[in-house]
Ligand binder design. Structure first.
Ligand code: GRF
Length: 223
C-alpha cells in the first residue's frame, strides 16, 4: 500500500552507500513511500555521497573531527534534519555511535541495519565474527537504535546460510543482498504506520510469517 504523502527521511552514511542506493531505487520504483530530504556523511569522500548526487539529492558532509564532543556532532545533525523536516533517521553504514542528543530528538525514529542476526555479533566486522565462530546461519537485522551498540528493538531480520567454503567476503555479499531488501521494507512498514513497540518487542500490524518455517544447514537427509 503506497500512500500519497511521502515520509521525509534523512540518511546518515559513512561508506559505499549500497543500502542508500537500494532505498533510492525502491523510492524511484514507487515501492517505498519516502522522500530523502538530505544525506549526511561524516566521511568527505564516502562513495555514498556520489550516489546521492547522481540522483540529485541534497548532501552534506559533517566531519566528526570538527566537533569537540559526540553530543555537539549529534546536535548539528539534529539541527540539519529538523530544518529539513526529517521525520525518520536512517543509518545506512554510518560508522559512529550516536548519543541521546539525536535519540531524544527522534525517539523510536532512528533505524539502523546490522549485518548479523542480532543479538549475535554486535559491533564491527560482524560477518568475520560469524565466519570465525562457525555459525551455520547468519543474516541481517534492521532495528531501532537505542543507547547501546546494536541493541535496540528488532524490526525485521533475514537469514542466510553460512557455507563451508565461505570467507568474510562471500558471506558479506550474501548478507548484503538481503540488506538491500529488508531495509526498504522496514522503512515502508514505518511509512504505513504498522510498527508498534512494547517492552522492546516490535509488532508489525498484519506482518506475516509462516510458523512452520524451519531451515537446516546442512540439509537433513530424511529425518
Ligand atoms: C552494511 O553491511 C551495513 O549492514 C553496515 O555497514 C554496511 C554498509 O554498507 N552497517 P553500504 O555503505 O550500505 O554499502
Amino acid at each position: 500500500m503506497i500512500m500519497n504523502r511521502k515520509l521525509p527521511i534523512g540518511v546518515l552514511v559513512s561508506g559505499s552507500g549500497s543500502n542508500l542506493q537500494s532505498i533510492i531505487d525502491h523510492i524511484e520504483r514507487g515501492l517505498l513511500g519516502a522522500e530523502i530530504k538530505v544525506v549526511i556523511s561524516n566521511v568527505p569522500d564516502a562513495y555514498a555521497l556520489e550516489r546521492a548526487r547522481k540522483h540529485h539529492l541534497p548532501t552534506l558532509v559533517i566531519r566528526h573531527e570538527d566537533f569537540e564532543t559526540r553530543e555537539a556532532f549529534d546536535a548539528e545533525i539534529v539541527r540539519v534534519f529538523k530544518s529539513a523536516d526529517v521525520e525518520l533517521v536512517v543509518m545506512a553504514g554510518f560508522m559512529r555511535i550516536i548519543t541521546p542528543v539525536l535519540l531524544d530528538a527522534y525517539p523510536y525514529r532512528v533505524m539502523n541495519i546490522h549485518p548479523a542476526l542480532l543479538p549475535s555479533f554486535r559491533g564491527m566486522n560482524a560477518q568475520r565474527q560469524a565466519v570465525d565462530y562457525g555459525v551455520r546461519f547468519s543474516g541481517c537485522t534492521v532495528h531501532f537504535v537505542d543507547q547501546g551498540v546494536d541493541s535496540g528493538p528488532i524490526i525485521i531480520q533475514a537469514v542466510v546460510p553460512v557455507l563451508d567454503e565461505d570467507t568474510e567476503e562471500t558471506l558479506s555479499a550474501r548478507i548484503l543482498k538481503e540488506e538491500h531488501r529488508i531495509y526498504p521494507q522496514a522503512i515502508q512498514f514505518f511509512v504505513e504506520g504498522r510498527i508498534s513497540v512494547n517492552n522492546r518487542r516490535v509488532r508489525i500490524r498484519d506482518g506475516k510469517c509462516d510458523e512452520f518455517l524451519t531451515v537446516h544447514n546442512p540439509a537433513l537427509s530424511g529425518f
